[in-house]
Design a protein around this ligand. Structure first.
Ligand code: APR
Length: 242
């Protein structure tokens, strides 16, 4: 399927980072949502209700991600990308951990934003300058009190239309979509697999467990991404980036 494909899209979720040590969201034992309620931690209402707690939760996740490394699944995708012309391969991720980029992937479509970037909670005024934010949990504008927030997409928020449009066009134009490490529970991201399937692309899922997208798959590989991706992509056991 991979060798015959002219235009490949890969959609990844938290599962591809699990083997790097980054907790997933819905896995019962390790998932973030096993301990916290999404609506309390990853929504505007939750942040406005308790900015210090939510800010510290994101700081904790940022510090944890800074300590881990991309795994063989991330590296396989980065190596594979280098072997294809730009229009033939598109990597779309729901992850905000930046591990694809650290493994060497470029032009990653980050549907849910980036854990390592901040932006203003309310529309910034002239006084709101990121480089002058007053330190704190969370940092804020020293003049108007506007809070900083993680530049991630929270539940109930719209995805960046430019990123989503590019991802949807890629899904509609591909002849193979790999869906790696996602429960397929969150839209519009999960909808990309259904878009590809409706556009007659083959859909190949890599996930050790069942997902909500299994019915859209032509082939399911019940295996961890770090084992399956080097073999499926033919990138061999590439050394992990230092
Ligand atoms: N290799 C591949 N898949 C794995 C691995 C692994 N080593 N370990 C776990 N998985 C699978 C799980 O079986 C599960 O289906 O990864 C999936 C992780 O699912 P979630 O925790 O729901 O993460 P994800 O699907 O990425 O969530 C989507 O929801 O919470 C929001 O914004 C958040 O981006 C996130 C979105």
């Amino acid at each position: 399927m991979v060798a015959a494909a002219k235009n490949i899209v890969v959609l990844t979720g938290a599962g591809i980072s699990a083997e790097s040590g980054v907790p997933t969201f819905r896995d019962a034992q390790t998932g973030f949502w096993a301990r916290y309620r999404p609506e309390d931690m990853a929504s505007q209402a939750g942040y406005r209700a308790n900015p210090a707690m939510v800010w510290r939760w994101y700081e904790h996740r940022r510090e944890m991600v800074a300590r881990v490394k991309p795994n063989a699944g991330h590296v396989a995708l980065a190596v594979f990308e280098k072997r294809h012309a730009a229009g033939q391969f598109t990597l779309v991720t729901q992850n905000v951990d930046g591990l694809h980029q650290r493994a060497g992937s470029t032009d990653v479509l980050c549907l849910h934003g980036d854990l390592n970037t901040q932006r203003w909670l309310d529309a910034p005024k002239d006084c709101c300058r990121l480089d002058e934010a007053v330190a704190g949990d969370p940092p804020r504008c020293g003049r108007c009190g506007n809070l900083l927030r993680p530049a991630v997409v929270w539940f109930g928020e719209a995805l960046a239309s430019r990123v989503l449009d590019r991802a949807q066009q890629a899904a509609e134009g591909c002849d193979l979509m790999l869906v790696v490490g996602t429960a397929g529970a969150v839209y519009p991201a999960a909808g990309l697999a259904r878009l590809a399937s409706r556009a007659r692309a083959s859909v190949l899922i890599v996930n050790p467990a069942q997902s909500e997208l299994d019915d859209a798959a032509d082939l399911i590989v019940r295996s961890p991404a770090s084992v399956a991706l080097p073999r499926i992509l033919g990138t061999g056991e590439t050394r992990i980036a230092a």
